[in-house]
Design a protein around this ligand. Structure first.
Ligand code: SF4
Length: 477
């Protein structure tokens, strides 16, 4: 198996914070191409079935040989949702049958125990994330069972970050108390839009007061780095209606805000067929909604972290960005170091050493594997030296907005200018537009270029170069 030392964290180039007051909307349209979000590189659509359970077991054995092991991150996928949100493109199971969770937890337990055995005697955990679906679909008792299951198999460090995605519609304040008692200390709230007309059009009825109360309860119980998810481009949205939503969100003062663009791909995501084209904002209106929201975030003092994410200056993400320890994984931006991630549940993706692996995407296949005593891995990838090199560059661009050429050359033993002659030529377009600057020893994204960091990072994506299948990805706007 290939083993390459991780590159030393580059010293970030000095740079002013956040985005310029005005985003260049002509450039937004110019670079509004379908592209990956780079929560991994290579992206999951490059995983191969030849990478199987045995490959994963080998990766875990190799991990145990490593002299220095970072504490683990854990991801737990809980796929059930009570109702369907029409815009949703996640892997979820919509059901009102609460009893289905018990069977899922039974198999999750088997998987956790098998994985813990592979992790050997080093089971320290520094980060955990429960995502979905809707983790709070589970009853309080079931959430306690899952937490105990994990705690009896892994060792959670007291200073760790333990996060959960919360749907305010299925999480009364009493449940927040339980989550805090269990050990969760970070939370992300799905909001999307407070306008009742938009909520009806996407089948997600969630009164403002419900969100306000669950956020207040989270603060009262010691949760930190609270995040709110918003989506622009939804049906019935306008600049004026979304301004109201953003202003109400800013009153709640979350530590972080994620602002996602709605990608209408009804041919790919069946629930989106229930969204009427006629209700969608025009391209110009959508652009206006985005620009207005970013302007309001800027005025309210939020820092642009990168791709869709904003944070208050004293939030961990903003601090990590300043100190050069920000990184990116399957949950988006996170605070480093970037160690191994074990993942549990249907469709979950793990990262161990220079490998990725993914579990079965459907419940029957997931259950069936575990019933037979096999890990439910269906595909994955062992990264090549070239993949690792490009991943380091894309992560540095996405997280620090700059790349130290010297660090890359030292860690990966390449002559940068020679190895990336094609990419450096392609970067010239961004340089001419003032989005990227090349300085001796550095490639730096300018403040004007930050909003386009996905397009800039994509220059280094070897797989995307000849890609005819960009429909699998989302757009900037
Ligand atoms: S948006 Fe969240 S709650 Fe709604 S269907 Fe998708 S996963 Fe479930």
């Amino acid at each position: 198996m290939l083993s390459v030392a991780p590159p030393p964290a580059p010293t970030p180039a000095p740079r002013p914070e956040s985005l310029p007051a005005q985003i260049d909307l002509d450039l937004v349209q110019r670079f509004d191409k379908l592209g990956p979000r780079y929560t991994s590189y290579p992206t999951a659509d490059r995983f191969v079935e030849a990478y199987d359970e045995q490959s994963y077991r080998q990766a875990m054995r190799t991990r145990l040989i490593g002299a220095v092991r970072q504490p683990l991150s854990l991801y737990v996928h809980l796929p059930f949702c009570n109702t369907i949100c029409f815009y949703c493109g996640c892997n979820k199971v919509v059901t009102r049958d609460k009893s289905r969770a018990a069977r899922y937890i039974h198999y999750l337990g088997k998987e956790v125990e098998m994985q813990a055995a592979l992790a050997g005697d080093d089971r320290r955990v520094r980060q955990m994330h429960w995502g979905g679906g809707t983790p709070t679909f589970l009853s309080d008792h079931e959430m306690r069972v899952v937490w105990e299951l994990l705690r009896s198999n892994f060792e959670f460090t007291p200073e760790g970050e333990y996060a959960i995605e919360i749907d305010p519609r299925s999480c009364p304040p009493e449940t927040i108390r339980l989550l805090a008692e269990l050990g969760f200390n970070r939370a992300s709230f799905g909001v999307q839009d407070f306008d009742p007309a938009v909520q009806r059009a996407v089948n997600r009825i969630q009164p403002y007061e419900m969100t306000r109360d669950v956020i207040a309860a989270s603060r009262a119980h010691g949760f930190r780095s609270l995040n709110v998810d918003l989506i622009y481009g939804l049906p019935k949205q306008s600049v004026s209606s979304f301004t109201d939503t953003v202003e109400r969100v800013l009153e709640l003062r979350p530590d972080r805000i994620a602002l996602y663009s709605y990608a209408h791909l009804p041919q790919r995501f069946k629930p989106q067929r229930r969204i009427l084209d006629v209700d969608l904002p025009s391209a110009a209106e959508k652009l206006g909604i985005m620009a207005r929201a970013i302007d309001l975030f800027n005025r309210a003092g939020y820092i642009y972290i990168g791709m869709d994410h904003f944070a208050l200056p004293d939030d961990e993400l903003a601090r990590a960005q300043r100190s050069g320890t920000l990184t990116r994984n399957f949950q988006g931006y996170t605070v480093g170091p970037d160690g191994d991630m074990l993942s549990f549940g249907v469709s979950a993706i793990a990262k161990v050493g220079p490998t990725y692996s993914q579990n079965a995407r459907e419940l029957p296949a997931y259950y069936d594997s575990l019933e037979q005593g096999r890990l439910p891995i269906i595909r994955g990838l062992e990264l090549t030296a070239d993949d690792l090199l490009r991943r380091a560059i894309i992560v540095a661009l996405m997280c620090q907005f700059c790349v130290s050429i010297e660090s890359v050359e030292a860690a990966h033993l390449v002559d940068f200018d020679e190895y990336f002659a094609y990419e450096l030529e392609a970067l010239k377009e961004f340089e001419e537009l003032g989005l990227v600057e090349r300085e001796p020893g550095w490639i730096a994204v300018t403040p004007k270029g930050r909003f386009f960091v996905r397009a800039i990072g994509a220059v280094f994506d070897k797989y995307l170069r000849a890609d005819k299948n960009r429909v699998a990805y989302s757009r900037i706007i």
